[in-house]
Design a protein around this ligand. Structure first.
Ligand SMILES: [Zn+2]
Ligand SMILES: [Zn+2]
Length: 349
Protein backbone atom coordinates (compact mmCIF):
# COMPACT_ATOMS: atom_id res chain seq x y z
CA UNK A 1 0.00 0.00 0.00
CA UNK A 2 0.97 3.62 -0.39
CA UNK A 3 1.83 5.15 2.98
CA UNK A 4 3.42 8.21 4.47
CA UNK A 5 5.90 6.76 6.91
CA UNK A 6 7.88 8.18 9.79
CA UNK A 7 11.34 6.62 9.45
CA UNK A 8 12.83 8.60 12.35
CA UNK A 9 11.68 11.23 14.84
CA UNK A 10 12.19 14.87 13.89
CA UNK A 11 10.64 17.82 12.08
CA UNK A 12 7.94 17.80 9.39
CA UNK A 13 10.63 17.04 6.77
CA UNK A 14 11.25 13.51 8.04
CA UNK A 15 8.17 11.94 6.43
CA UNK A 16 8.74 9.55 3.56
CA UNK A 17 6.22 8.35 1.01
CA UNK A 18 6.67 4.71 0.09
CA UNK A 19 5.12 1.37 -0.65
CA UNK A 20 4.82 -0.80 2.45
CA UNK A 21 3.05 -4.07 3.20
CA UNK A 22 -0.56 -3.42 4.23
CA UNK A 23 -1.65 -4.58 7.70
CA UNK A 24 -3.29 -8.03 7.67
CA UNK A 25 -6.62 -8.37 9.48
CA UNK A 26 -7.13 -11.32 11.85
CA UNK A 27 -10.30 -13.43 11.67
CA UNK A 28 -12.19 -11.01 13.92
CA UNK A 29 -10.89 -7.89 12.18
CA UNK A 30 -11.48 -6.05 8.95
CA UNK A 31 -9.37 -4.15 6.48
CA UNK A 32 -10.40 -0.55 5.82
CA UNK A 33 -9.50 1.50 2.79
CA UNK A 34 -8.80 4.88 4.39
CA UNK A 35 -10.61 7.81 2.81
CA UNK A 36 -9.29 10.55 5.09
CA UNK A 37 -7.22 10.92 8.22
CA UNK A 38 -7.17 13.91 10.55
CA UNK A 39 -3.88 15.41 11.72
CA UNK A 40 -3.94 15.90 15.47
CA UNK A 41 -1.76 17.90 17.85
CA UNK A 42 -0.92 14.47 19.23
CA UNK A 43 0.65 13.59 15.84
CA UNK A 44 3.06 16.54 16.07
CA UNK A 45 4.28 15.26 19.43
CA UNK A 46 4.52 11.69 18.14
CA UNK A 47 6.53 12.80 15.10
CA UNK A 48 8.92 14.74 17.33
CA UNK A 49 9.58 11.64 19.44
CA UNK A 50 7.61 12.31 22.62
CA UNK A 51 5.94 8.89 22.70
CA UNK A 52 8.48 6.20 23.51
CA UNK A 53 6.15 3.34 22.60
CA UNK A 54 5.98 4.29 18.93
CA UNK A 55 7.91 1.75 16.90
CA UNK A 56 9.77 3.07 13.87
CA UNK A 57 9.20 3.17 11.02
CA UNK A 58 5.67 4.21 11.98
CA UNK A 59 2.60 5.00 9.93
CA UNK A 60 0.88 7.69 11.99
CA UNK A 61 -2.70 8.89 12.17
CA UNK A 62 -5.55 7.98 14.52
CA UNK A 63 -8.45 10.03 13.10
CA UNK A 64 -9.68 7.62 10.49
CA UNK A 65 -12.70 6.90 8.33
CA UNK A 66 -12.94 4.70 5.29
CA UNK A 67 -14.62 1.80 3.60
CA UNK A 68 -14.50 -1.87 4.60
CA UNK A 69 -12.74 -3.82 1.86
CA UNK A 70 -12.45 -7.14 3.64
CA UNK A 71 -14.16 -8.51 6.76
CA UNK A 72 -12.78 -11.56 8.56
CA UNK A 73 -15.00 -14.64 9.04
CA UNK A 74 -15.72 -13.72 12.67
CA UNK A 75 -16.96 -10.22 11.81
CA UNK A 76 -20.77 -10.27 11.69
CA UNK A 77 -21.88 -6.63 11.92
CA UNK A 78 -19.89 -5.21 9.00
CA UNK A 79 -19.32 -6.24 5.40
CA UNK A 80 -17.28 -5.07 2.44
CA UNK A 81 -18.49 -1.71 1.21
CA UNK A 82 -19.62 -0.40 4.61
CA UNK A 83 -18.53 3.15 5.42
CA UNK A 84 -17.06 3.36 8.92
CA UNK A 85 -15.21 5.62 11.34
CA UNK A 86 -13.14 4.31 14.23
CA UNK A 87 -12.15 5.37 17.71
CA UNK A 88 -8.45 6.03 18.17
CA UNK A 89 -7.48 2.59 19.40
CA UNK A 90 -8.35 -1.08 18.89
CA UNK A 91 -9.40 -2.49 22.26
CA UNK A 92 -9.28 -6.15 23.28
CA UNK A 93 -13.00 -6.54 23.94
CA UNK A 94 -12.59 -8.88 26.90
CA UNK A 95 -10.78 -7.05 29.73
CA UNK A 96 -12.75 -5.54 32.60
CA UNK A 97 -12.55 -2.08 31.01
CA UNK A 98 -13.92 -3.29 27.69
CA UNK A 99 -16.71 -5.16 29.46
CA UNK A 100 -17.61 -1.97 31.36
CA UNK A 101 -17.85 0.04 28.13
CA UNK A 102 -14.56 1.78 28.84
CA UNK A 103 -12.70 0.39 25.84
CA UNK A 104 -11.17 3.84 25.32
CA UNK A 105 -8.66 3.06 28.07
CA UNK A 106 -8.06 -0.61 27.21
CA UNK A 107 -4.37 -1.40 26.93
CA UNK A 108 -4.77 -5.11 26.19
CA UNK A 109 -5.83 -4.84 22.55
CA UNK A 110 -3.83 -4.31 19.37
CA UNK A 111 -3.25 -0.68 20.40
CA UNK A 112 -3.49 2.96 19.37
CA UNK A 113 -3.37 3.85 15.67
CA UNK A 114 -0.05 5.34 14.65
CA UNK A 115 1.73 3.96 17.71
CA UNK A 116 1.00 0.29 18.36
CA UNK A 117 -0.76 -0.28 15.03
CA UNK A 118 -0.44 1.17 11.56
CA UNK A 119 -2.45 4.40 11.22
CA UNK A 120 -4.38 6.42 8.68
CA UNK A 121 -1.42 8.06 6.94
CA UNK A 122 -1.39 4.69 5.15
CA UNK A 123 -3.86 3.56 2.53
CA UNK A 124 -5.22 0.68 4.63
CA UNK A 125 -5.73 0.07 8.36
CA UNK A 126 -7.22 -2.76 10.36
CA UNK A 127 -10.29 -2.25 12.53
CA UNK A 128 -12.74 -4.42 14.40
CA UNK A 129 -16.33 -4.51 15.57
CA UNK A 130 -15.01 -3.20 18.88
CA UNK A 131 -13.83 0.15 17.53
CA UNK A 132 -15.74 0.82 14.32
CA UNK A 133 -19.00 2.71 13.87
CA UNK A 134 -21.08 2.81 10.70
CA UNK A 135 -21.22 6.22 8.98
CA UNK A 136 -24.54 7.13 7.37
CA UNK A 137 -24.49 8.16 3.70
CA UNK A 138 -25.26 11.78 4.56
CA UNK A 139 -22.03 12.20 6.52
CA UNK A 140 -18.91 12.58 4.32
CA UNK A 141 -16.04 10.30 5.31
CA UNK A 142 -13.59 13.17 5.74
CA UNK A 143 -15.92 14.74 8.30
CA UNK A 144 -16.43 11.34 9.92
CA UNK A 145 -12.66 10.86 10.26
CA UNK A 146 -12.22 13.64 12.80
CA UNK A 147 -15.38 13.14 14.84
CA UNK A 148 -13.98 10.83 17.49
CA UNK A 149 -11.12 13.18 18.36
CA UNK A 150 -12.56 16.61 17.56
CA UNK A 151 -16.05 16.24 19.01
CA UNK A 152 -15.97 12.88 20.80
CA UNK A 153 -13.38 14.14 23.29
CA UNK A 154 -15.69 16.87 24.56
CA UNK A 155 -18.70 14.58 24.40
CA UNK A 156 -16.95 11.99 26.52
CA UNK A 157 -15.84 14.67 29.00
CA UNK A 158 -19.36 16.03 29.36
CA UNK A 159 -20.63 12.50 29.88
CA UNK A 160 -17.98 11.99 32.58
CA UNK A 161 -19.20 15.23 34.18
CA UNK A 162 -22.64 13.64 34.71
CA UNK A 163 -24.45 16.98 34.63
CA UNK A 164 -28.16 17.68 34.36
CA UNK A 165 -29.88 20.07 31.96
CA UNK A 166 -29.78 23.54 33.43
CA UNK A 167 -26.52 22.95 35.30
CA UNK A 168 -23.68 25.41 34.92
CA UNK A 169 -20.44 24.07 33.48
CA UNK A 170 -17.14 25.91 33.24
CA UNK A 171 -15.00 25.16 30.18
CA UNK A 172 -11.35 26.20 30.39
CA UNK A 173 -9.15 26.74 27.29
CA UNK A 174 -12.51 27.32 25.67
CA UNK A 175 -11.22 28.88 22.46
CA UNK A 176 -9.18 25.81 21.45
CA UNK A 177 -10.53 23.02 19.26
CA UNK A 178 -11.77 20.78 22.06
CA UNK A 179 -13.13 23.79 23.94
CA UNK A 180 -15.23 25.19 21.10
CA UNK A 181 -16.80 21.83 20.38
CA UNK A 182 -17.43 21.28 24.08
CA UNK A 183 -19.32 24.58 24.19
CA UNK A 184 -21.44 23.50 21.24
CA UNK A 185 -22.21 20.18 22.90
CA UNK A 186 -22.96 21.85 26.23
CA UNK A 187 -25.56 24.03 24.57
CA UNK A 188 -27.11 21.00 22.84
CA UNK A 189 -27.30 19.28 26.23
CA UNK A 190 -29.11 22.22 27.81
CA UNK A 191 -26.19 23.22 30.00
CA UNK A 192 -25.22 26.79 30.83
CA UNK A 193 -21.59 27.06 29.81
CA UNK A 194 -19.16 29.62 31.19
CA UNK A 195 -16.20 29.83 28.81
CA UNK A 196 -12.78 30.70 30.21
CA UNK A 197 -10.29 32.21 27.81
CA UNK A 198 -6.85 33.62 28.54
CA UNK A 199 -7.10 36.23 25.81
CA UNK A 200 -9.63 38.95 25.11
CA UNK A 201 -11.22 39.29 21.69
CA UNK A 202 -12.59 35.76 21.47
CA UNK A 203 -15.90 36.54 23.18
CA UNK A 204 -18.04 36.60 20.04
CA UNK A 205 -16.62 33.32 18.80
CA UNK A 206 -17.19 31.68 22.18
CA UNK A 207 -20.75 32.95 22.50
CA UNK A 208 -21.48 31.85 18.95
CA UNK A 209 -20.20 28.37 19.82
CA UNK A 210 -22.48 28.11 22.81
CA UNK A 211 -21.09 29.99 25.80
CA UNK A 212 -23.71 31.71 27.92
CA UNK A 213 -20.96 33.74 29.62
CA UNK A 214 -17.34 34.45 28.80
CA UNK A 215 -14.67 35.15 31.42
CA UNK A 216 -11.32 36.47 30.19
CA UNK A 217 -8.63 35.43 32.66
CA UNK A 218 -5.08 36.10 31.44
CA UNK A 219 -3.84 35.34 34.97
CA UNK A 220 -5.77 32.00 35.03
CA UNK A 221 -7.87 33.21 37.96
CA UNK A 222 -11.59 33.14 37.29
CA UNK A 223 -13.31 31.49 40.25
CA UNK A 224 -14.50 34.78 41.73
CA UNK A 225 -16.26 35.65 38.49
CA UNK A 226 -17.75 32.16 38.17
CA UNK A 227 -19.11 32.48 41.70
CA UNK A 228 -20.53 35.90 40.91
CA UNK A 229 -22.26 34.42 37.86
CA UNK A 230 -23.76 31.57 39.90
CA UNK A 231 -25.29 33.42 42.86
CA UNK A 232 -22.17 32.67 44.88
CA UNK A 233 -22.62 28.91 44.58
CA UNK A 234 -20.09 27.89 41.95
CA UNK A 235 -20.49 25.65 38.92
CA UNK A 236 -21.76 22.07 38.94
CA UNK A 237 -18.90 20.97 36.71
CA UNK A 238 -15.64 22.09 35.19
CA UNK A 239 -14.32 20.70 31.94
CA UNK A 240 -10.63 21.30 32.58
CA UNK A 241 -8.94 21.49 29.19
CA UNK A 242 -5.96 23.68 30.15
CA UNK A 243 -4.86 21.53 33.09
CA UNK A 244 -2.11 22.68 35.40
CA UNK A 245 -2.37 26.45 34.75
CA UNK A 246 -6.06 26.69 35.60
CA UNK A 247 -6.53 23.81 38.04
CA UNK A 248 -6.35 25.89 41.22
CA UNK A 249 -9.01 28.34 40.09
CA UNK A 250 -11.14 25.58 38.53
CA UNK A 251 -11.46 23.69 41.78
CA UNK A 252 -12.46 26.87 43.60
CA UNK A 253 -15.03 27.59 40.89
CA UNK A 254 -16.96 24.40 41.74
CA UNK A 255 -20.03 24.32 43.93
CA UNK A 256 -20.39 21.87 46.81
CA UNK A 257 -20.54 18.36 45.37
CA UNK A 258 -19.26 19.58 42.00
CA UNK A 259 -17.21 17.58 39.57
CA UNK A 260 -13.94 18.43 37.85
CA UNK A 261 -13.22 16.56 34.64
CA UNK A 262 -9.57 16.57 33.60
CA UNK A 263 -9.39 16.49 29.80
CA UNK A 264 -6.31 18.42 28.73
CA UNK A 265 -2.98 19.50 30.08
CA UNK A 266 -1.19 22.13 28.07
CA UNK A 267 1.69 22.55 30.52
CA UNK A 268 2.83 19.15 31.77
CA UNK A 269 3.54 19.20 35.48
CA UNK A 270 1.95 18.72 38.86
CA UNK A 271 -0.83 20.62 40.54
CA UNK A 272 -1.30 21.29 44.22
CA UNK A 273 -4.45 19.87 45.75
CA UNK A 274 -5.50 20.46 49.33
CA UNK A 275 -7.33 17.20 50.13
CA UNK A 276 -9.58 19.05 52.55
CA UNK A 277 -11.24 20.87 49.64
CA UNK A 278 -12.18 17.62 47.98
CA UNK A 279 -13.25 16.02 51.27
CA UNK A 280 -15.24 18.79 52.88
CA UNK A 281 -16.83 19.98 49.66
CA UNK A 282 -17.22 16.45 48.24
CA UNK A 283 -15.58 17.50 44.99
CA UNK A 284 -15.10 14.68 42.47
CA UNK A 285 -12.02 14.82 40.28
CA UNK A 286 -12.22 12.47 37.30
CA UNK A 287 -10.04 11.95 34.28
CA UNK A 288 -11.44 11.78 30.76
CA UNK A 289 -9.63 10.28 27.80
CA UNK A 290 -10.80 9.86 24.26
CA UNK A 291 -14.23 8.81 23.05
CA UNK A 292 -15.72 5.35 23.43
CA UNK A 293 -17.56 3.57 20.62
CA UNK A 294 -20.91 4.66 22.08
CA UNK A 295 -19.68 8.28 22.26
CA UNK A 296 -18.67 8.12 18.60
CA UNK A 297 -22.07 6.66 17.69
CA UNK A 298 -23.78 9.53 19.50
CA UNK A 299 -21.58 12.17 17.85
CA UNK A 300 -22.13 10.70 14.37
CA UNK A 301 -25.87 10.76 15.04
CA UNK A 302 -25.66 14.46 16.04
CA UNK A 303 -23.66 15.31 12.92
CA UNK A 304 -26.02 13.32 10.76
CA UNK A 305 -28.93 15.38 12.14
CA UNK A 306 -27.04 18.61 11.44
CA UNK A 307 -26.83 19.52 15.14
CA UNK A 308 -23.06 19.95 15.17
CA UNK A 309 -20.23 19.99 12.63
CA UNK A 310 -16.46 19.93 13.07
CA UNK A 311 -14.58 22.86 11.60
CA UNK A 312 -12.20 21.86 8.82
CA UNK A 313 -9.27 24.25 8.35
CA UNK A 314 -7.52 22.56 5.42
CA UNK A 315 -7.27 19.40 3.34
CA UNK A 316 -4.00 18.06 1.92
CA UNK A 317 -3.26 15.06 -0.27
CA UNK A 318 -1.82 12.47 2.11
CA UNK A 319 1.64 12.65 0.56
CA UNK A 320 1.80 16.28 1.75
CA UNK A 321 1.61 15.25 5.41
CA UNK A 322 4.73 17.32 6.13
CA UNK A 323 2.99 20.47 4.85
CA UNK A 324 -0.03 19.67 7.00
CA UNK A 325 2.21 19.39 10.05
CA UNK A 326 3.96 22.67 9.17
CA UNK A 327 0.63 24.44 8.89
CA UNK A 328 -0.42 23.21 12.31
CA UNK A 329 2.88 24.12 13.91
CA UNK A 330 2.94 27.60 12.38
CA UNK A 331 -0.42 28.89 13.40
CA UNK A 332 -2.01 26.24 15.54
CA UNK A 333 -5.18 24.95 13.95
CA UNK A 334 -8.42 26.83 14.32
CA UNK A 335 -10.07 23.84 12.69
CA UNK A 336 -9.08 20.32 11.80
CA UNK A 337 -6.47 19.54 9.17
CA UNK A 338 -7.17 16.51 6.99
CA UNK A 339 -5.06 14.20 4.87
CA UNK A 340 -6.98 12.87 1.89
CA UNK A 341 -6.31 9.55 0.22
CA UNK A 342 -7.07 9.31 -3.49
CA UNK A 343 -10.38 7.60 -4.21
CA UNK A 344 -8.82 5.13 -6.57
CA UNK A 345 -5.37 3.68 -6.69
CA UNK A 346 -3.64 6.26 -8.81
CA UNK A 347 -0.06 7.05 -9.59
CA UNK A 348 2.43 6.04 -6.95
CA UNK A 349 3.75 9.01 -5.02
ZN1 LIG B 1 -6.58 13.20 17.51
ZN1 LIG C 1 -9.87 -4.42 26.74
Amino acid sequence: MRAVTLPRFGGPEVFACEDVAPPRPAADQMLLHVAACGVCGHDLLNRAGHFPHTRLPAVMGHEIAGTVVEAGPLVSRFKAGDRVAVIQRMPCGICHLCREGRENVCVSGPGFYGEGISGGYGEFVIASERNAVRVPDGVPLDIAAVLSCAIGTGYHALRRAALRAGDTVVVTAASGGVGLHTLKLARLMGLRAIAISSSAGKGDRLREAGAAEVVVAPDFSFHAQVRALTDGLGAAGVIEIAGAPTFASSIRALRLGGRMVMVGNVAPGSVALNPAISILREIDIVGSGHATVSDLEAVIALVSRGEIMPEIAARFPVEQAGDAHRLMEQRGATGRVLLMHPEAEVAPC
